[in-house]
Design a protein around this ligand. Sequence first.
Ligand code: HEM
Length: 499
Amino acid sequence: MLDVYVAVRVLLTGTFTYLLCVFLQACWNKRRLYYCASKVKGPLAFPVIGSAYLFFGGTQNIFENFIRLGKKYGYTYKLWLGNRLYFVVSKPEDVQMVLNSTVDRLSNIKFLIPAFGNGLLTLPGDEWKSHRKLLNVAFNQKILNSFVGTFASYSNVLVDKLEAEADDNFFDLVPILTRCTVDILIGTTMGVNLNIMKGGGHNLISWTSRLSELAVLRMAKPHFQPEFLWKRMSMAKESKILSEKVHNFIKRIVEMKRSETAQNVELSGTKRIFLEQLLKLEDSEAMWNRETSIEETQTILVTGSDSTAVTIGFVLMMLGMHQDIQNKTYEELVCVFGDSQREVSLEDLHQLTYLERVIKETLRLFPIGPVLGRHLTSDLVLGDYVCPKGSSILIPIIAIHRDGKVWPEPLKFKPDRFLPNEISKRHPCSFLWFSSGPRNCIGFRFATMAIKTVLATVLRHYRVVETEYSSISEIQLKMDVATKCVNGQNVKLQKRLQQ
Ligand code: HEM
């Protein structure tokens, strides 16, 4: 009996000593992180969870938390989330330094791969660099200019489709705008006319939106993250099946386009499409193969469509809420188009400067990527602080865009904040609509051209009568892959009388 007692004691002591050693070793390995963190203020952190308690309760209160924490701790503070150290950085000079000198996103970006493909958005820094260099060519201005006709013709289909909604009732803009932007993205990336808005449809939207939902869920819940646990969950199986469906859908189109080029068929007449550029890379670049073309096509398609749709929706909501600004926007459209119903052209886009200010002011208040993340692979000195290798940086765009010291009356919608003389008074990184630095949004010009074309077409045919929200502070936001309204983007539309 005594022997058993001694054996249990030895076993327990041994286990305890082993665990203590593992713990001390982990602390020792992180000593530099602890040291650097001790120099920066931040909220109370508990063992194991750190300050993650601040973010319990879903993605809806993340925005308010970042704004509140910024007010309490200033422009730079630390956050322990689990055992990971983050520095939250919002001073525009520091933000510029971070975005110009880092290219690795946070490690949890990998959870987006099933929905977004393994392309630019998710690739680690070294691989990303060569892909980005090659893809920048596909996004050159000449190619983008050739897309305006596609943007305009889908905008006309949208105008037809909105007719059914232009009654006296509120409706949510998200579904119809998403169908429109997926049509635009498929038309321009792959040169295929799916006509999802006209009901030609494909389950692509439901597959990718469910995949995004699963990805956000996995990013938000630490116990879904370890691969060995995730693999045992039914959601993992669902994600795999849906991801294969999206992949196969794109693969079929890629193969079709490839055989068209093999038969020397002009891929898309005078129009250039992204896929054409990607397929050329298969012939000229050793590191580029069929899989790379498919993954990058998926990335561009999914990243581009959701963000563009949601932004157009927010602009229409803001115009519904601010009738004086909607009138000024319409006056500019009348100035450029007169009473003509013609399609929007490239020249028109250059002239719509007030509309551009409206879009900028909307993205100030509702940035699509509300919090940017970077992982540090080397030390970064920011003023008096050292952010050590192995830690990460969070840039809360929403807090920067609503900082009252830079944007007086931050919750007021004032497009003239973006008049050239006003812009020159601010630091360039106080406004990060498409981020900044080498890893900014590659679709920046594509998006602004597409959004302007859709809005210039829709607003000539419809007036946004009102939104369901009476003020900006009433709009509750949630952090999906993109910023979304908790209760939808609801507006009432009225058809304008045509002269
Ligand atoms: C209003 C619309 C859009 C907004 C507000 C937006 C914003 C952003 C932001 C904030 C980032 C993250 C940058 C960073 O981490 O520093 C990003 C990345 C990206 N966006 Fe956009 N985006 C929009 C539309 C588009 C479109 C239309 C496309 C494609 C046609 C696109 C493709 C991408 C890609 C591929 C990345 C990853 C870039 C890289 O890592 O090199 N985006 N976008």
